[in-house]
Design a protein around this ligand. Structure first.
Ligand code: AMP
Ligand code: MG
Length: 342
């Protein structure tokens, strides 16, 4: 299938669907996107409908050339060029004031627009060949884990969209870092592979939206999408935090108790701990030494637990250098902020 995805004829066909107002899912380096023509209000409305997504939750506009950003931004905030030079194409989304070319349907009614230039070669070819800018949120049903392969997209959106470009499994596995440039100091609205430290090396001071750090529900995240329950598996997920020994023995005990009362239990284990668990559906997310693997495998594992029908899930907690912060952000949301310290 990967062969097919780079096939020019296939991308021509996908581009024609976009120009005709239809929807095509496509691979990017972060997760699969559900694409439509960013300038076509009815395409954006179709995206919301296919995902079951609230229409006040704006879409990210995907471009393949910097000039496209200039075409839709009302002004370019001072840090734009430096950040684009440093991290585009790549897993960073910039929020800038929009001009009248981008319809409010695409920006969820906001006067700013989120823009990203993906690095995935299929995504880039697809956008270029379509001749359009492509509005795309993650290609999952709203509330489910984001899709990291074409099969996940198929499970959620079959019959609701015109096509899927299969590019195999994605590389990063977590959504882009969103950086808001519309209000002075660059502010991270969603953590991702590009970290605060990486951004600061380029533009100096960078803030993190207090709404995504606070456990207090009154402090609302600025990105509408970060306010909704998200990344949720069907089973009830709890993160267990502490020393490896304490975590393993807590999870073993809790699993035994739950299974004794007839519950199906899933465990998110690591290479280092997998052999220490005694019962339940044990899925290994990767080595603790390899943050990239943990990021890449997280959503697939949450989906796998849905298929297995587990009712309770226990996950180990992960350290937060680099992309670890994004991993824990997604895991916290999947767990509805339920963490037990042992
Ligand atoms: P998704 O593409 O599904 O990962 O979702 C896009 C994310 O970007 C959501 O969390 C949106 O709320 C956020 N977003 C998109 N445009 C804007 C904007 N103009 N201002 C703030 N957040 C935005
Ligand atoms: Mg999403």
């Amino acid at each position: 299938m990967e062969q097919q995805a780079s096939d020019e004829a296939l991308l021509e066909e996908a581009g024609a669907i976009i120009r005709g107002g239809g929807l095509v899912a496509f691979p990017t380096e972060t997760v699969y996107g559900l694409g439509g023509d960013a300038m076509n209000p009815s395409a954006s409305q179709k995206i919301y409908a296919a995902k079951g997504r609230p229409s006040d939750n704006p879409l990210i506009v995907h471009i393949w050339d910097f000039s496209q950003l200039e075409e839709i931004a009302a002004t370019l905030p001072p840090q734009t060029k430096a950040l684009a030079d440093a991290f585009w194409p790549g897993p960073m989304t910039l929020i800038v004031p929009k001009n009248e070319k981008i319809p409010y349907e695409t920006t969820g009614g906001l006067d700013t627009v989120a823009v990203r230039m993906p690095s995935h070669p299929v995504a880039r070819d697809f956008i270029r060949i379509s001749g359009r800018m492509i509005a795309a949120p993650s290609a999952n049903t709203s509330g489910r884990p984001s899709p990291t392969n074409a099969d996940h997209v198929w499970q959620d959106l079959q019959g609701k969209i015109e096509g899927i470009i299969d590019g195999g499994s994605v590389d990063i596995g977590l959504e882009s870092t969103i950086v808001d440039l519309s209000e002075g100091i660059p502010t991270i609205l969603r953590p991702g592979y590009i970290t605060k430290a990486m951004l600061e090396e380029v533009v100096g001071d960078v803030r993190i939206d207090p709404g995504i750090l606070s456990e207090n529900e009154k402090v609302r995240p600025k990105a509408p999408g970060m306010r909704y329950k998200h990344y949720a598996p069907k089973g009830d997920l709890t993160i267990i935090n502490g020393s490896a020994d304490a975590v393993v023995s807590y999870i073993n005990q809790a699993t035994a108790d739950a299974m004794a009362s007839g519950k199906q239990v899933g465990i998110i284990a690591t290479e280092e701990t997998r052999d220490l668990y005694r019962a339940g559906e044990i899925l290994t997310i990767g080595s603790r030494e390899d943050e990239d693997a943990i990021a890449r495998n997280l959503y697939g594992i949450l989906r796998r637990f849905d298929e297995l029908g587990v009712e309770l899930i226990f996950s180990e907690s992960f350290s937060t250098p680099r992309i670890g912060q994004a991993i824990m952000n997604r895991l916290f949301k999947a767990a509805g902020h339920h963490m037990i310290d042992v």
